[in-house]
Design a protein around this ligand. Structure first.
Ligand code: PBE
Length: 310
């Protein structure tokens, strides 16, 4: 069993409290009926029903920044706000809106279990504010290759698919402990794991620290990689941090690595800031994406179909 580091958790605990409050508050917006919100054409004005508010996640997330940029760039989002909270609160608020068939728009990303659980769609983004297809990349600290060549090699060889990642995420979303969901996936996917550990010798309790953010994707991937390293004999600590702090911790060598760099756009600014002090090990997953996500039952296809607040 590996250790969850609590030493830097202050910031995360503070965030989850404020997100809980935000999650509760955002319920008010959904109570207007469709009739209340009909505009002159008799069409539904979803914006009014949604209180001109997009349900966001953690303030440091790239997708939140992109959504804020969208409220500046799209006339249809003039006067809209992005409510920050947490990934967990966003998922809860989404589930409640769907139960009541209310309109909702969330800062979404894939791979994510929400697409397996609900009928959802990305709103088209003609301005390209949310970027194109992304990869999730692995970054390690300088010197790791010399200090822990075995771990370096595993992190370098770690690569899987959106389906793999979604399988772990779905288990966790249904209540499994992340470590258990990771261990189960590893057991069922020996061939894939064997490719990551090919040519790697076992070690004897060397300490290694992986950092991540408590996004569903990163909870799943970090636990899987941590578990594989643990099975090789490492003493693994996984530490949840704020996004910017995660990048900084690997760049300044305080942490050994992370598998959570969304590129080129989502974490583009952080990448520019820290790339000179990091060792890049390339994509561990291809085919990731971020955007505004709404339920299929909403009768709109594009961000431009929404209506400004004034
Ligand atoms: N996410 C999940 C992150 C990257 C991974 C899309 C929420 C973000 O927006 O920064």
């Amino acid at each position: 069993m590996f250790t969850l580091s609590w030493k830097r958790l202050g910031i995360v605990a503070g965030l989850s409290l404020s997100l809980f409050a935000a999650g509760c508050g955002s319920d008010d917006g959904g109570s207007a009926t469709e009739d209340d919100a009909a505009d002159n054409d008799g069409e539904t004005n979803y914006g009014e029903e949604m209180d001109y508010s997009i349900v966001g996640i953690e303030p440091g997330a790239g997708v939140v920044q992109a959504a804020e940029n969208a409220t500046e760039e799209y006339d249809s989002l003039e006067g809209w706000e992005v409510q920050t909270s947490s990934s967990g609160a966003m998922a809860t608020t989404l589930g409640e809106a769907i139960k009541n068939e209310e309109p909702i728009a969330v800062t979404g990303w894939s791979p994510h279990w929400k697409f397996a659980k609900y009928d959802l769609k990305y709103l088209e983004d003609p301005e390209g504010t949310f970027g194109e297809a992304e990869t999730i990349d692995t970054m390690v600290r300088e010197g790791l290759e010399e200090d822990m060549p075995e771990a370096y090699q595993v992190l370098d060889q770690f690569q899987w698919t959106p389906d793999d990642l979604e399988a772990v995420m779905l288990e966790v979303s249904e209540g499994a402990e992340p470590q258990e969901a990771a261990a189960e996936w590893i057991e069922e996917n020996e061939d894939k794991v064997a490719e990551w550990t090919e040519g790697v010798e076992e070690v004897d309790g060397d300490e290694i620290e992986l950092v991540y953010v408590e996004w569903d994707t990163e909870v799943a991937s970090t636990n899987v990689v941590g578990n594989v390293l643990e099975d090789l004999g490492y003493d693994v600590t996984v530490s949840p941090l704020d996004n910017a702090v995660m990048w900084q911790a690997v760049a300044n060598g305080e942490a050994d690595g992370m598998v959570a760099a969304w590129l080129p756009a989502t974490h583009g600014e952080l990448y520019e800031e820290y790339k000179d002090d990091l060792v890049e090990l390339g994509p561990n997953l291809e085919g990731a994406k971020i955007g505004l996500v709404v339920p299929e039952y909403m009768d709109i296809d594009s961000i431009e179909d929404l209506e400004p607040a004034n």
